[in-house]
Each structure stands twice: as C-alpha cells, then as structure tokens.
Design a binder for this molecule. Sequence first.
Ligand SMILES: [Cu+2]
Length: 311
Amino acid sequence: MPASFSPIFDTASAPAAAISDLFKIVLVICGIILLIVVGMVGTSLIRFRQQTGAAEPRPFFGNRKLEIIWTVGPALIVVCLFALTARGMRQADPPANQEPDLIVIGHQWWWEIRYPPTGVTTANEIHLPVGRKFLVRLESADVIHDFWVPALARKMQLIPGQTNHIWLAADAPGNYAGECVEYCGVQHAWMRFFVIAESPEDFAAWLHNQENSAANPATDSAQNGLKLFQTLTCINCHSLRGVSVAANAAPDLTHLADRKILGAGILANTETNLFRWLKNPQAIKTGCFMPNLKLTDAQVGALTSYLETLK
Ligand SMILES: [Cu+2]
C-alpha cells in the first residue's frame, strides 16, 4: 500500500491540528484529574484505615473553601475546553451554501470522487493541491458512511438524502490514508482511500489528464478487451467516459490504470491483481457488488490488457 495509516498525532493541516491539540489537552487534563482522585483515594485508604482499639473517626460536614475550589476549578476547565472546542469547530467546519470543490459519495464499499466544475470522476483516490483548502460535499448513495482522513480533517458522516460539508487541506505533499469509520455492511473494513497531496502544478497536470476521455485501444488484445467491456455487462455498472456512461453503480474506470489501489484498498493496482479481480471479485472482496461474471482466462486477459492502457 502506498502509505501507512496516519495516527491523529501526526497531522498535516490546520483543522486536523486544532482537533489533535484539543485531544491532547483533554488527555492531559483528564490524566491530572485521574492522578488527583486516585492519589486522594489512596491516601485516605492508608491514613484513615481502621486502627485496632481506636474510636470511630469524627465525621464532619461542609467546608466552604473546598466547595468553592471543586466548583470553580472544574467550571474553569469546562470553559477552557469549550473555547478550544469552538476554535476546533471554526477551523474544521466550512461555511454552508458554497459551491464545493469536491464531491465525495459513499457507496457500499467504495468512494466516488467528483471534481464538479470539470466533470472528472474517479474512485477511492482524492488528489489535492498542497496549501489549498478544498470544500468537500459529502453524500451517500445507500447507507450511512463516515469519511475520515485523520491527518487532514475532522470525521464527517455521509448520510442518504442529506449533504454535509468539511474542509480538506494538506500543508505538505504526501499520501494520506483515509477510511470509512461507520459500520456500513460486510466489507466496511475495505472501504479505504487515499488523499494524494501534490504540488499545484502536479495537481493541475493530473486533473487535466483526468479530463480526457478513455484512451483508444492500441493493440488487438486491448481492442478485443474494449469489445468485451461493451458486451459483457460491464457497461451497465461502470462508466468509461468517451465510451459509455453508466449510473455510477460502480467506480468510473476512465483512468483506472492511473490509480494505486483496487477494490477500495484491498489490492494494489497491478496487472496481476487486476486479472485476479476480474477473474473473481467475490473471492477477493466477498459480498461486494461486483458479481463473479465467470469469465474465461482469455476474456480476463483481454479486459486486463485494455484496462491497463487507461492511464
Ligand atoms: Cu463503512
């Protein structure tokens, strides 16, 4: 896989840093409170334990000084945490009613990624220019999913019939791992994606290439593959811009060979793995919504050689 899972301590954007700071501060405050409570309980246990022959200890009620301390102290802590939370929310929540730079649609069990002004559609891989804040609109095609790139942004649910928004930005180039964090069915664990943050020039070049229609098949085998693609029901589910448009029931394959992963992270996108996937996706991602089409090795070979040309 292109990158390892980023813990939330290793952030690369202002909103993620604000959330991470809040988490660390809460952790420290709670740690201190835990030590105080455990320390006092421990001390009481030892100091006031039963002494042989001693009388019952004298109970006492009320202590204004202590009561003020334990009321005002926690109230101040809560006010500080509230302020830090408000700061985190302001950093992480974009204004409503603005045109999004990016639309992410959750499907069982993959991510549809759209760049609205351009018509570019891809899957399981978000490209992002370093240093720019992208407004992301989140939608769901079926059940509730949850979008999370720990190093870059807050978590946000994708809810059927509703749109949610977040900021997505990266301060440094890199591959940032993301995943679905709301149980959404049998292959929830394999609903992963990557945010690829790159220089504005590289991003522009990538986007420009994505705007192209699917490459024309150059070899006989690829030509044969395209024919099979059009006759073996693939086109009912998958779009190939320039060839045919489906209802987005499945990942857009126009530039499949340019992507790093297959099946939302379950396989690296290599020729061998693509062959294995087409031969029987159910053996690889059991329960996913691509059926085993029981293709022959020759058919799979031709399809693979065609799809491998879709850079
Ligand atoms: Cu999920």
